[in-house]
Design a protein around this ligand. Structure first.
Ligand code: URA
Length: 204
């Protein structure tokens, strides 16, 4: 673990050539975090998807559009936040012309988050971390976390794996909302917005 406080710009440059686990081999590029390096709020997802892999930017595909809509409805400006992922390369399985998302395993999550996410958190030192989904929660807490039990409130003053102390909101991953049955989607989206509204008090 590095002791000096890194800068986001230097970490991003270094991460371009990351070979810490085999996921780089099939991915187009590293998808590093994006947003304000001085943000008070950091949002964390799982790993880049197909669009993110091609563009090099986090949360720009369907899950990103949904996140944008939810943030806007919650009154939190994405431009004032820093958005990143626990894992920085797209893990997928080719199926015909499509690339199907594959969940990163525990080793990939821990190698990648120790190398990059933990240093992003040290560099930014945010007041609030929003862990979206089980992979993000595992990366920040270092253990499995039940999303359903942990969501809906602010977990104050957590000492994270990165040794950064921050308040934490745990919520669902926006991709989950794309998969819930039609009849439940609206209420699941409202719940997600409610979780994000808790972040409003940290917004500048
Ligand atoms: N899902 C994620 O977890 N991250 C992204 O950047 C896009 C989709």
């Amino acid at each position: 673990m590095r002791r000096t406080r890194p800068s986001i710009a230097s970490l991003r440059k270094e991460a371009e050539h990351c070979r810490a686990c085999p996921l780089w081999k099939n991915a187009t590029q590293t998808v590093f975090g994006a947003g304000r390096a001085s943000a008070r709020i950091v949002l964390i997802g799982e790993q880049p998807g197909d669009r993110e892999d091609l563009t090099g930017k986090p949360f720009v595909g369907p899950a990103g559009k949904l996140l944008d809509r939810a943030l806007a409805q919650a009154g939190v400006e994405r431009a004032q936040t820093y958005v990143t992922n626990a894992v920085k390369h797209f893990k997928f399985e080719p199926r015909g012309k499509r690339r199907i998302h594959k969940k990163p395993n525990e080793q990939e999550i821990s190698i990648c988050s120790q190398q990059w996410l933990d240093n992003e958190l040290r560099a930014i030192a945010p007041e609030l971390v929003i862990a979206m989904g089980a992979t993000a929660a595992r990366a920040v807490f270092g253990r499995a976390t039940a999303i359903g039990k942990s969501r809906g409130h602010i977990i104050k003053g957590q000492s994270l794996v990165s040794e950064v102390e921050a308040d934490v909101i745990v919520t669902v991953h926006p991709s989950y909302l794309l998969r819930v049955p039609d009849e439940d989607r609206e209420s699941a989206f409202e719940e997600f917005v409610k979780d994000l509204q808790l972040a409003r008090q940290y917004a500048p």
